[in-house]
Structure formats: structure tokens, C-alpha cells
Design a protein around this ligand. Structure first.
Ligand SMILES: Cc1cc2nc3c(=O)[nH]c(=O)nc-3n(C[C@H](O)[C@H](O)[C@H](O)COP(=O)(O)O)c2cc1C
Length: 421
């Protein structure tokens, strides 16, 4: 069944391309002959290369090929179902980890490296939610310096009713009302354990959340302890995420005392990075609430922040009355949050910027670093542009740094008072 689907995918690509069939032939030739020396170490003859591998590799580096051919083909094949398309894509990454391995040098720019707990890595990450169950972390670790999985709650959960995701192709935004669907902690531990054996160089962060129930907050603490203890051997740190807008009991977590206790629970059971994810805020009351629970988290042993999660909106999807907005419109919330966090909590904490960093030009990335981010991460950019956006963004960022007189990102970060993390 799966193999049949794989070949349907090839058919779909060819079908979408039929009017431009000549170009497909040329582009496949191009990658196998002209770019072969760059990409293919083992120089297999064309006939022995699995066509899925050729398409996957090209889709992962060539944003135009991804946007014009692969994405429409996937939408056509899976009737526009975002979640299935996303799962199929992760499945490809999982099935062909050597494609990401081959491409790793293209995704690496040593002048942009930052130090994170002794590792020298690219300052780009895939945002949380991209790989909820840690199925593709081996491939992702060849594309990103910081790999995040989750958010993982303890128990398997279906999440909210479907449909629960929509994209806006003009605005380049995503609305999601997922509500933490997950395969649960046991499955994620198995996946993370397998990854650990491959000893990739990326920093691996697990996003976790204990969920309050009708018995109250104690359930959340118990779950958090279990999550931290069982995942700690396999990760370089944790992100506590009380900021999802689609799970009704989470506002209970966004309090000084609860955040402090949560950080204490995680830090007692793990080492390394301990970050808290914050929601975007629109007014001063929400700003104060957010800064207050961040303070609690840092007082409890946390050492960083991820800013920002999706923006809660009243955009209804199916039966779900609210949804979280991702993508370009989050840019101003991200910038404000980074500045506020730096002003309030200083330059020593580790700050990952998220929200609307999606463009190839690298300008949004540059702005986020300019405001004081140690690293950046994204989700929406990859959905609309494919992974190829990452090396392009890196080149754009490097050009902008050079123009301002900095040879490396670290040089720039030191000039604004950030310490190597
Ligand atoms: C479909 C979807 C699922 C997400 N799931 C999670 C999640 O489980 N945990 C989390 O902290 N953030 C989650 N996010 C938020 C992203 O991590 C990120 O903060 C947000 O999308 C803003 O970044 P972007 O504009 O680059 O997408 C999700 C986002 C999307 C689009």
C-alpha cells in the first residue's frame, strides 16, 4: 500500500508536469549530470538511482521545483489534506535519511555557527510542531543546527476534531487548531533513542507539556516529571510549552508560581538547555502576564526563551472556534517579544526567535538576530518554500552581516553583548 502510494506520488509529479514534460527531463538530467559532483558522493549510474530519491533531493534544495511541482502534486494527490501531506513528507525524510546526509554540506555555513553547550552548530532550527513525534529527527539534524520535536504530552491524544488546519496561500500563513495530537511519550522515547545512536551533531531539544485536567494542576506536574525523566537521556535540553492556543486548560500554566515549579521539576530531572515558549501578545496586560511567567520559569532554573508561538485568533476551522496563526503576520510580535525579553531578562539567557521568518532573502532572519536572538527557527517557511529556503536564507544573512562589516554571526552577536551560549 505504502509502495503504491510512493509511486502514485511520482505519477502525480509527472502528471502536474506533463505540460512542461521537457523541463522535467531537463531538470532530472541537470541534477544527475551537472550537479552530480556537488551532491552525489557515490556516483551511482542513473538507472540505479531510485526516482523518489532524485525527486526528494531536488525538492529539498530547489525552492522553485518545490513550489511549482512537488507541493501542488502532493496537494493534488492527497486532496489538499495538510496533515496527511505533512506526515507523508516526514515519512520520506525518515525513509531516505541519506538524502539529507548528502545535502548536509549545502545547509552548513561555518561563518554562521554559534556555540550551544559545547557544540558548534548552525543557528537555524525547525520549530516545534514540525516533527511532533520525533520521526524524522535524524534527517532534520543534517539540515538544522537545532532540531526540535514535540510538543509531547504523556498520553496518546487525538487532538481537536478535523478539519483543523488551513493555509492562506496569498498571505503565506497557516491557521491550526490541532490541540496537541500526539502518539504519546512512549513512542517518542523510542524514536529519540534510535536517533541518539547516530550521534548527529545538532542540538536536540524536546518540547514538552504536562496538561492540567479536571483534577487540576497536579496532573500537569506529574506528567511533566515523567516527560523530563524519560526523555532526558536522549536530548540536549527541553522547551516547556504552556503557550499553545488550542488546548483549553493551558492558560492555567501561564502563571509565575506554576512556571517556577515546572522549571524546578524539569531541571531536577535533566541537564542542558531549559527554555520556555511564549505566546505573542497584543496588549500590555498580556505582556505583563507573559513576562511574569517567564520570570517564574527563570527563577525556577530555566535559562532561555522561545518567542513566539502562534497567535490565537477567532478564525474558525470546522467545529473549532479558535485557531493559532503562523507565518508572515507574526513578524512584529516576534520582534517585540525578543526586545522585551532582552530588556527584562538581560543578555545571558538563550533566546530562539520564531514567527514569520520565512523568506529566502534572509532579511527577517537578520532582523531577529539584530533584536537579540541567539538562534532562529521556523515552520511556515518550509511549508510554502521547502527546505531549500534554509541555505538561501543563510546566504542572505551572511551577505547582510558582511555588508555591516561582520565576518561571522558570532562576531556580530558579541558586538551587541551576547555571550557564546
Ligand atoms: C501545524 C502547526 C503545529 C504546531 N505545533 C506546535 C507544537 O506542538 N508546539 C509548539 O510549541 N508550537 C507549535 N507550533 C508553532 C510553531 O512552533 C511556531 O512557533 C509558529 O508556527 C511560528 O513560526 P512560523 O511563523 O515560522 O511558523 C505549530 C505550528 C503549526 C503551523
Amino acid at each position: 500500500m505504502r509502495a503504491e502510494k510512493d509511486y502514485n506520488f511520482i505519477d502525480a509529479v509527472v502528471e502536474t508536469l506533463r505540460p512542461r514534460a521537457r523541463r522535467l527531463v531537463d531538470s532530472v538530467r541537470e541534477i544527475d549530470y551537472r550537479k552530480a559532483n556537488d551532491f552525489i558522493y557515490d556516483a551511482e549510474p542513473l538507472r540505479r538511482i531510485d526516482p523518489r530519491r532524485i525527486i526528494l533531493r531536488k525538492a529539498m534544495v530547489d525552492t522553485e521545483f518545490f513550489k511549482e511541482i512537488v507541493r501542488p502534486a502532493l496537494y493534488w494527490l492527497y486532496n489538499g489534506d495538510f496533515e496527511i501531506i505533512h506526515d507523508v513528507s516526514l515519512d520520506y525524510l525518515k525513509k531516505f535519511p541519506f538524502v539529507a546526509e548528502e545535502l548536509a554540506p549545502l545547509f552548513d555555513s561555518p561563518n554562521l555557527h554559534i556555540r550551544v553547550d559545547g557544540k558548534s552548530v548552525m543557528p537555524f532550527g525547525n520549530a516545534e510542531g514540525f516533527d511532533k513525534n520525533a520521526v524524522a529527527i535524524r534527517s532534520l539534524s543534517n539540515l538544522f543546527g537545532i532540531v526540535m520535536f514535540g510538543t509531547v504530552p504523556v498520553n496518546q491524544r487525538k487532538g481537536n476534531s478535523k478539519p483543523r488546519i488551513e493555509t492562506d496561500e496569498i498571505q503565506k500563513t497557516i491557521y491550526n487548531a490541532l490541540g496537541f495530537p500526539t502518539e504519546g511519550l512512549d513512542r517518542v522515547v523510542r524514536n529519540a533513542r534510535q536517533y541518539k545512536r547516530h550521534e548527529a551533531n545538532a542540538v536536540l531539544l524536546g518540547s514538552i507539556c504536562g496538561i492540567p485536567d479536571e483534577k487540576g494542576i497536579e496532573t500537569a506536574y506529574r506528567e511533566l516529571e515523567k516527560l523530563a525523566t524519560e526523555l532526558a537521556p536522549y536530548v540536549d535540553g527541553f522547551i516547556w510549552n504552556p503557550a499553545s492556543p488550542n488546548t483549553y486548560s493551558l492558560p492555567l500554566l501561564r502563571k509565575y508560581d506554576v512556571a517556577k515549579r515546572s522549571a524546578e521539576i524539569i531541571s531536577k530531572n535533566s541537564k542542558g538547555k531549559l527554555l520556555v515558549k511564549i505566546p505573542p501578545y497584543e496588549n500590555d496586560v498580556c505582556r505583563q502576564e507573559t513576562l511574569s511567567f517567564v520570570k517564574g520559569f527563570l527563577d525556577g532554573g530555566g535559562n532561555g526563551v522561545v518567542a513566539v508561538n502562534t497567535l490565537k485568533t477567532s478564525y474558525q476551522i470546522g467545529e473549532n472556534k479558535f485557531s493559532g496563526l503562523s507565518g508572515s503576520n507574526l513578524g512584529r510580535f516576534r520582534q517585540k517579544a525578543i526586545k522585551d525579553i532582552r530588556e527584562e531578562f538581560g543578555k545571558d539567557i538563550f533566546l530562539i526567535a520564531e514567527g514569520g521568518i520565512i523568506e529566502e532573502s534572509g532579511e527577517q532572519a537578520f532582523n531577529a538576530f539584530g533584536a537579540g536572538a541567539n538562534a532562529i527557527a521556523g515552520y511556515t517557511g518550509m511549508v510554502f518554500n521547502g527546505f531549500g529556503v534554509i541555505p538561501q536564507m543563510a546566504r542572505g544573512l551572511e551577505r547582510m552581516l558582511n555588508k555591516k562589516g561582520y565576518k561571522t554571526l558570532t562576531e556580530f552577536q558579541e558586538s551587541i553583548g551576547l555571550k557564546a551560549a
